[in-house]
Design a protein around this ligand. Structure first.
Ligand code: PMP
Length: 361
């Protein structure tokens, strides 16, 4: 079997060992005579999977006891709506940092619900630079400040997070969760769709402080309240059991890799291989993001013209690379280098880029 050099933006590469473990247990989960997919979500076996997955999240991110770890559905896009539904109530405003495509989608949802203000924006930098957040001024009636830690399409990433005092900081970490250490106490809530760094699609990880759980809006439908999911240990309704199980396997793999500190160094090494080729190409490849805002998860770059970019994509596919075409909204090229993308894939891409330049310069 030959594995592709998979640079997909999400769903994305999973560790081979995780896939193999899942394969081993696919038909018969721990001698139960059935797949985990065929089991009741109320069974002891599934409850154990649910609890072990939570315990791994707590261990890997050092989640304090006054935070709930929830497994939810509807993707990060549902969180865009749930957040204002729960917290942007009458008399309050929600503050957002506008960093590009994904922040923009979150802002649109909040605007449907209530008073939404833009606390900082990088629109004037064409979203290629993360805005400085050290001078934020937030009104006292601000329900929360929302930001996007890594813009998956633009290829920008925050390196640090602001101190927001009494205003809860809520961060969409869909495309960089578990790629580096975090101080969970800094946040009111973080959330992430699983399909980049956590596993397959279908489950969304939410880590939320208890006072925010308690403050969930009681006047919205049951499924949309954070308190519903917190009270029922993420088992209020039928959970995406297979996705949660796969997430558990990915978290075990992260643990074996040495945890988030090790992954941060690993991701820096992997992305440097490719950024170095860009920086040493005499402008043949042009990185999109400002150097200080460069993402360690999504490397975006351009070439002289779209014809050449098309040729690059075509030849890369012939050479076994997948997913290097930029997002349809922005064009260009993008290599997504999530946790599970092996060094060998990045080395191969770096070499391919050098060779392509030599052939076509
Ligand atoms: N936020 C970010 C940063 C993302 O990259 C994505 C998906 N690419 C989303 C939100 C939306 O996630 P979902 O498709 O799970 O709703």
């Amino acid at each position: 079997m030959k594995r592709a050099f998979n640079f997909n933006a999400g769903p994305a590469a999973l560790p081979l060992s995780v896939l193999q473990k899942a394969q081993e247990q696919f038909v018969d989960f721990n001698g139960a005579g059935m797949s985990i997919m065929e089991m009741s979500h109320r069974s002891a076996a599934y409850e154990q999977v649910n609890n072990e997955t939570e315990a791994l999240v707590r261990k890997l991110l050092q989640v304090p006891d006054n935070y709930k770890v929830l497994f939810m559905q509807g993707g990060a896009s549902t969180q865009f709506a749930m957040l204002p539904m729960n917290y942007l109530t009458a008399g309050k405003q929600a503050a957002y940092v506008d960093t590009g495509a994904w922040a923009g989608k979150a802002i649109k949802e909040a605007e449907l619900i209530g008073n939404t203000v833009i606390a900082a924006s990088s629109a004037s930098d064409q979203y290629m630079k993360m805005p400085a957040l050290d001078q934020l001024s937030l009104d006292s009636n601000t329900a929360y400040l929302h930001l996007t830690s890594n813009e998956t399409i633009g290829g920008t990433q925050f390196k640090t997070f602001p101190n927001t005092g009494n205003v809860p900081l809520i961060v969409d970490m869909s495309s960089d969760i578990l790629s580096r250490p975090l101080q969970i106490e800094q946040y009111g809530m973080i959330y992430a769709g699983a399909q980049k760094n956590l596993g397959p699609s279908g489950v969304t990880l939410v880590i939320v402080r208890e006072d925010l759980v308690a403050a969930s809006n009681k006047e919205i439908p049951t499924m949309f309240r954070y308190s519903t999911h917190a009270k029922s240990n993420s088992l209020y309704n039928t959970p995406p059991s297979y996705s949660v199980y796969m997430m558990k396997l990915v978290l075990e793999w992260i643990d074996e890799m040495g945890g988030v500190d090790k992954l941060a160094a690993y991701n820096e090494h992997k992305t440097n291989l490719i950024y170095n080729v860009i920086d040493n190409s005499d402008g043949y490849y042009r990185g999109c993001a400002d150097i200080d805002s460069r993402s360690r998860m999504n490397i975006t770059f351009r070439m002289a013209n779209e014809e050449l970019e098309k040729q690059f994509v075509k030849e890369s596919e012939q050479a076994g690379f997948v997913g290097l075409k930029g997002h349809r909204d922005v064009g260009g090229l993008r290599a997504s280098t999530y946790n599970a993308v092996p060094t060998a894939s990045c080395e191969a891409l770096a070499q391919f880029m050098v060779d392509f330049q030599k052939r076509n310069n």
